[in-house]
Design a protein around this ligand. Structure first.
Ligand code: GLA
Length: 722
């Protein structure tokens, strides 16, 4: 609930177990007072620290005490005695960059309005506080949404121009939090293509720590996620504040430690390569940031993110429903396929439980390799002379649904589309545009380009019985410019993302029964905004089971396992040459939305039998993948063991998956302490024929006996007995 105490002009925002408190200070700015574990609604003015510091500056007519550099501020701006990271930066038509934002009013509404042009979370009581700069005519509306059943608050801002002149926003972050000390460590998810979201932990030091992307996509190099944790925070206990931006383009989170020996965290749209002209009577909307607080360590934080995204973000037509179990032909055939080869793959999986055949890259244009064809969304009749129909029919005859790959945002130089519209690619006249994987990015800031994409993709979806789409995006942005923007070219990157949301909105909503999976060279655009459109995302092009333990572990810090698409592929693995047991690959892929990606037509009958068994195993645990609570037990980055549990909400069922990467003769004991069970409930561990209380399983733990060999896994089914 949200409360406003008139007497002390204080706002109290209360989500489950969380309080967030700030007040209107008598000079009119918003003074942040507290964010953390729930406390009673009391007057917190005693906690404000306003000592004057030497060589500082004070607000006019405020005596020596009122320096904004000392105050905790909900919405700090440039040029008014606060030298820490600001949240907003303005510039008016005269070049004046200083604003004096003062409180002018607020409202509390019971249902959060949808953000304009951008994905956002559903539901939640919302507080909108308005600040105004009289001189510039800028009104900043700070939005806060609370979730009563989760320890979550979301924030975003909207900036309205009520003057007669345009002004520009050179920074438009979505939030600012001042913490009253500096003893914090950061958790981020950096990485690279094939090595996405590997958890990283660092101590904050004086200066500014930045986690960001400037690639035009949310990126595999750094996910739009930052957490602040205490030195002793671990999986099970300790303070963890997680921030995740609902955005798919350039972002930045900054954590600044300054002279006050405190931390300020700000974040939102990356102000690198950003400036936005707000014309008279226009409004700029910044993306939403999700803020989770947990005193149950990373585990509690992650489970809150997972529940939030499953209940309030991801398309509720699909999020909690059985997911397609796909056989995807990419690693099976790459570009080298014909109708017969594809039908053989379909034949081979019939009866295994795999229920969807996905035809990946190479079915369109003249696309026999990755140097041509993108943009030409019509069937490659040289390769598939009778079109898609015989393959779709064959899939249906064998009880499989049909899925198709697109990369809608791209075009190859060698394509009909490029020959017809060379100016549709992102470029600046006079400079030859960079290529990535031999392709250009289409200029989604232009309506006619977006319309072409929507129409050409929709045509294929209308003319064929397609149940599933894999939406790919395989290179970052360069030459960020579009001629129509002229001097406002710093709006380009954000406008690209708005164009992307526009085409996603039109295509995804235009085909409400089609299941969409996101992808960007694997997991290069794995963010909450993409999850709004695509209930699951191909987690990584790296399908090696061992590498996947790091990648899936890190990804699960803020994204539910059901959002992670995970495939069983062939060995030696195509990305790193590693050989892992078939069952291991399945066990790790089962910790997500599972599927297959190998040439099943080349497998022996007994191997197809293995697949059937694996799919049955997955089906038996699928409800835990879709609805369960995730507990990470052992971190493969820190020890020779990976273990995760999925536990049903009512704690009557659980599945435990353990991998021992390296077999060492007389090596360490593989001990796993279970988590998330009810202490007093008696459980049976089927595979060990062991019946014990939850307390014993969690405190005494299990010794896992692995067979000889590297990369062995074991799974355990845990069921309530009484
Ligand atoms: C990307 C995807 C792969 C596959 C290829 C096709 O790399 O991540 O899964 O679809 O493109 O070109």
């Amino acid at each position: 609930m949200i409360y406003f105490e008139k007497e002390n002009q204080t706002f109290y925002l209360e989500s489950k177990n969380v309080s967030y408190v700030f007040c209107v200070q008598n000079l009119g700015f918003l003074n942040h007072l507290y964010y953390g574990k729930r406390i009673p609604r009391e007057d917190l003015s005693f906690s404000v620290f306003t000592k004057d510091r030497g060589h500082g500056a004070n607000l006019p007519n405020s005596g020596r005490r009122e320096s904004l550099d000392i105050y905790h501020n909900e919405c700090p701006t440039f040029g008014r005695s606060d030298y820490r990271e600001s949240m907003l930066a303005f510039c008016d038509h005269l070049g004046v960059r200083v604003v004096d934002l003062k409180y002018v009013g607020h409202e509390i509404i019971n249902q959060k309005p949808k953000l304009k042009g951008m994905p956002s979370l559903r539901g939640g009581q919302t507080l909108i506080v308005k600040l105004k700069d009289e001189r510039m005519g800028a009104i900043v509306a700070l939005h806060y949404t609370v979730y009563e059943n989760l320890p979550v608050i979301t924030r975003h801002i909207e900036v309205f121009n009520e003057s007669e002149n345009a002004f520009s926003l050179d920074r438009a972050f979505s939030f600012c939090i001042d913490y009253p000390d500096k003893e914090w460590e950061t958790i981020t998810l950096p990485g690279a293509h094939l090595r996405e979201r590997v958890m990283d932990r660092n101590k904050l030091i004086h200066g500014t720590f930045t986690a960001d992307s400037n690639r035009g996509v949310s990126s595999s190099q750094m996910n739009p996620f930052l957490a602040l944790v205490r030195k002793d925070t671990n999986e099970n206990q300790g303070d963890a504040y997680g921030f995740n931006l609902v955005y798919s383009g350039n972002f930045a989170f900054k954590a600044h430690v300054g002279q006050n020996e405190e931390v300020r965290v700000v974040g939102g749209l990356n102000d690198y390569d950003f400036s936005w002209e707000v014309k008279p009577n226009e409004k700029f909307v910044a993306p939403e940031v999700v803020m989770v607080y947990s005193d149950e360590g990373f585990g509690g934080m992650s489970r809150a993110f997972h529940d939030l995204y499953r209940d309030y973000l991801i398309n509720d037509r699909f999020v909690k429903k059985t997911r397609p179990i796909v056989i995807n032909n990419w690693e099976a055939t790459y570009f080298d396929f014909d109708t017969e080869k594809l039908c053989k793959i379909i034949d081979s999986v019939a009866g295994t439980g795999i229920d969807t055949f996905v035809l990946d890259d190479g079915w369109f244009g003249v696309r026999n390799h990755d140097r041509s064809g993108l943009g030409d969304w019509f069937v490659n009749l040289n390769k598939l002379p009778q079109g898609l129909t015989p393959i779709i029919r064959h899939a249906h005859k064998n009880g499989l649904k049909f899925g198709l790959w697109f990369e809608p945002e791209m075009v190859n130089g060698d394509s009909d589309l490029y020959r017809a519209h060379p100016d549709w690619v992102i470029h600046a006249d006079g400079i030859e545009a960079c290529v990535g994987r031999d392709q250009y990015v289409l200029d989604l800031t232009r309506k006619e380009v977006c319309d072409y994409i929507v129409n050409s993709v929709s045509k294929i979806l209308k003319e064929n019985e397609i149940d599933y789409v894999k939406w790919d995006m395989n290179r970052p942005l360069t030459e960020n410019y579009s001629a129509w923007l002229g001097k406002n070219s710093k709006e380009f990157s954000h406008r690209y993302v708005l164009g992307l949301y526009d085409i996603c909105e039109r295509i995804v909503n235009g085909f409400p029964n089609v299941f969409f999976e996101g992808c960007a060279s694997g997991g290069c655009r794995f963010d909450p905004a993409m999850l709004y459109y695509f209930p699951q995302i191909w987690t990584s092009d790296d399908s090696d089971a061992y590498m996947r333990t790091f990648i899936q572990y890190g990804t699960s810090l803020c994204y539910p396992v059901s959002a992670q698409s995970c495939h069983v592929s062939v060995c030696p693995n195509h990305q790193c040459g590693r050989v892992t047991p078939f069952q291991t690959r399945a066990d790790i892929a089962h910790l997500g939305a599972t599927g297959y990606e190998l040439d099943t037509s080349k497998l022996e009958q007994n191997e197809l039998g293995e697949i059937k068994k694996q799919v049955e195993q997955y089906k038996a645990m699928e409800d835990l993948v879709l609805h369960g609570d995730l507990y990470r037990l052992n971190n493969p980055l820190q020890e020779n063991l990976f273990a995760e549990m999925l536990v049903s909400k009512d704690k009557t069922r659980a599945i435990l998956t353990v991998m021992r990467p390296l077999c060492k003769p007389n090596g360490e004991r593989s001990k796993v302490y279970l988590k998330g069970l009810d202490e007093n409930t008696v459980y049976n561990v089927a595979e060990l024929d062991l019946t014990k209380t939850g307390a014993t399983l969690m405190r005494v733990g299990l010794n896992i006996g692995f067979p000889m060999g590297d990369f062995q896994t074991k799974t355990f089914t845990i069921t309530k007995v009484s």
